[in-house]
Design a protein around this ligand. Structure first.
Ligand code: ADP
Ligand code: MG
Length: 261
């Protein structure tokens, strides 16, 4: 059984990419077969996994999706890269932005990514999709391909409006395109434990959304150590194994594993 998790929030900088990488590697460390898919034209996942210039890659998610659109066969494993910490990943780069514009005229344009994922899902236990800071057609493709959505929210201001819009979009995809889609939960990220402010925001999010949406027990604390990992091409577990962010992602991984049972 494979679970496809879409990590989404149309706001940038809320730790979507950081969460994909550290949840994905966390699950791999627990013995799971994991594939990460970057669905963001900025290519920051590839960069965080050690690829110096994502825009120089000659085969990315855009090429895979093009092949699906053109009904061309993919070789087994084509376009899938491996990271030393035990995960597979499919990078993206600027070409995905071009593909997004060309999707407008394509038949079944919302299901291109799902068609690809369905062809490989039996090889993995978790497929985690990182999305871009927009609710455009590529993000819709990710939501259509997913079983559930994990929503990272930065505990820095009250993000009610953006969150409402995201939850509305997820609801729409659920009704029209992917009836199996559920919201896995809201993950509070970059929580500054030194201030009451972060605590107030957490309390408010629980108050406003807690009755409708699951909110993960564990928050991810704010720490400069998390920023450093993106430059190093490795996870927080290698960069700062005893730190609070590694601990946060370990606990999140545990919650996700328990959710499976
Ligand atoms: P997104 O993918 O949502 O745009 P990123 O994962 O790229 O967000 O994170 C945005 C920025 O915040 C990056 O510079 C990243 O290093 C930093 N960051 C992520 N998690 C944390 C954290 N727990 N503490 C401090 N900075 C963080
Ligand atoms: Mg990102």
């Amino acid at each position: 059984m494979c679970r496809v998790i879409c990590v989404s929030n149309q706001k940038g900088g809320v730790a979507k990419t950081t969460t994909c990488i550290n949840l994905g590697i966390g699950l791999a460390r627990a013995g799971k077969k994991v594939l990460l898919i970057d669905a963001d034209a900025q290519g920051s996942m590839a960069a965080s996994l050690g690829i110096q210039e994502p825009d120089g890659l000659d085969f990315t998610l855009a090429n895979i999706m093009e092949k699906v659109i053109n009904d061309e066969d993919l070789e087994p494993g084509e376009g899938i890269l491996h990271h030393t910490e035990g995960i597979d990943f499919i990078p993206a780069n600027i070409e995905l932005a071009g593909l997004e514009t060309s999707l407008v005229n394509i038949m079944s344009r919302e299901t291109i990514l799902r068609q690809f994922i369905n062809s490989i899902r039996e090889r993995y236990e978790y497929i985690i999709i990182d999305t871009m800071p927009s609710l455009g057609m590529i993000t819709v493709n990710a939501l259509v391909a997913a079983d559930c959505v994990l929503i990272p929210v930065e505990a820095a201001y009250l993000p009610v409006k953006g969150l409402q819009q995201l939850i509305k979009t997820i609801g729409k995809v659920h009704r029209k395109l992917n009836p199996a889609l559920t919201i896995m939960g809201i993950l509070l990220t970059k929580v500054d434990r030194r201030t009451n402010f972060a605590r107030d925001i957490s309390a408010q999010i629980r108050e406003v959304y807690g009755s409708r949406v699951h909110i993960f027990e564990n928050c991810i604390p704010l720490s400069v150590r998390a920023v450093e990992t993106s430059a190093e091409g490795k996870s927080i577990y290698l960069h700062d194994p005893k730190g609070i962010v590694a601990q946060g992602y370990q606990r999140l991984t545990k919650e996700v594993l328990e959710d499976e049972e």
